[in-house]
Design a protein around this ligand. Structure first.
Ligand code: FES
Length: 326
């Protein structure tokens, strides 16, 4: 139930560690590299438990003719398997990739920009910084947050590019980040472009929603949302089909439903489009909402969840997939 156009063969041309647990991977398509705008991503076909899956990775930097595509992948111990697969590649490995697609477009219609990257969230943000710094009429600041310098890819490049306009927050040294600083750094003309872990993004979204500034001036990209709880196995009951399934620790609810031949529509598999939402009829424990589709208020109601990314922690759930039949 997923549609993607235009896939092509490609080869891993170079792999290089760019921070602790972050691998930069350069990918050369068998055809030619397509022109892309900053904020674009590639879909890559990966094998997880020997089964094909699709993972999306932001393209790092700006388009350059005759250069390979560059992505960077953080090795995540709690990943669903995508980062493990990507780290297992070698120079010369073959891949299937999509053409670049952009759901995180940079707009040039304001004079003031605040770019915010948390850890591996730097990947789409770096190209935006390069693009904006190349314009002469934009005021650009970038806030880069991470645990420590050695865990932050492209930190030296960011320093060189932005100079005094780079604000760095090391949580190892500086502690918890106070999101009200975002408001201090903004004005009515500021557009924010944000990419980072879900906790940081939710906190910034909440602060921004309560600020005097326009909601549409905060734009963000997800990159495979991590949750508030470590992934755990849980049981999902679907009374409509008289079924009870176990969702494994390293499996999504969407995957478990598919394996049980319960059809659920989906597209992004990143918690963005909302197509895979299911109704929650009963829940014990915590709903670990990992999506960016529902508002914070809707998440608080626990009436729906996105099956592609959200999970249950410390309990089980009863759901309905509504009109979608087996
Ligand atoms: S498939 Fe898009 S939110 Fe789940």
């Amino acid at each position: 139930m997923r549609y993607r156009n235009s896939w092509e063969d490609a080869v891993v041309s170079k792999m290089k560690k760019v921070a602790d647990n972050v691998m930069q991977i350069q990918i050369t398509p068998v055809g030619s590299t397509e022109v892309f705008t900053v904020g674009s991503h590639l879909d890559i076909s990966v094998l997880i438990n020997d089964l094909p899956e699709i993972r999306s990775y932001s393209l790092v930097g700006r388009y350059s003719p005759n250069s390979p595509y560059t992505i960077a992948v953080k090795r995540l111990p709690a990943s669903r398997g995508g980062s493990k697969y990507m780290w297992g590649l070698k120079e010369g490995s073959k891949l299937r990739i999509s053409q670049p697609t952009n759901h995180f477009e940079l707009s040039f219609n304001t004079p003031d920009y605040l770019l915010i990257a948390g850890g591996i969230g730097i990947t789409p943000i770096l190209g935006m910084a390069e693009e904006l710094m190349a314009q002469n009429d934009k005021n650009v600041r970038m806030l880069y947050l991470g645990r420590s310098e050695k865990e932050m890819p492209y930190i030296n490049l960011s320093k060189k590019l932005l100079g005094q306009n780079l604000i760095v927050h090391f949580s190892d040294v500086d502690g918890f980040f106070d999101t009200s600083k975002i408001i201090d750094l903004s004005n009515t003309e500021t557009q924010i472009y944000l990419c980072g872990p879900i906790g940081l993004m939710n906190a910034i979204r909440k602060t921004w929603e309560n600020s005097p500034f326009a909601n549409q001036n905060l734009r963000y990209e997800t990159f495979g949302a991590s949750g508030l709880f470590a992934p755990q196995a849980f049981t999902v009951k679907i009374p409509r089909f008289n079924k009870e399934l176990k969702v494994k620790e390293n499996q999504t609810m969407l995957k478990a439903l598919e394996e049980a031949q319960i059809a659920v529509m989906y597209d992004c598999k990143k918690g963005e489009c909302g197509l895979c939402q299911v109704d929650i009829l009963e829940v014990s424990g915590d709903v670990d909402h990992r999506d960016f589709f529902f508002s914070e208020a809707e998440k608080g109601e626990n009436k729906k969840m996105c099956a592609c990314v959200s999970r249950i922690a410390n309990g089980d759930v009863v759901i309905d997939t509504a009109y979608r039949g087996t």
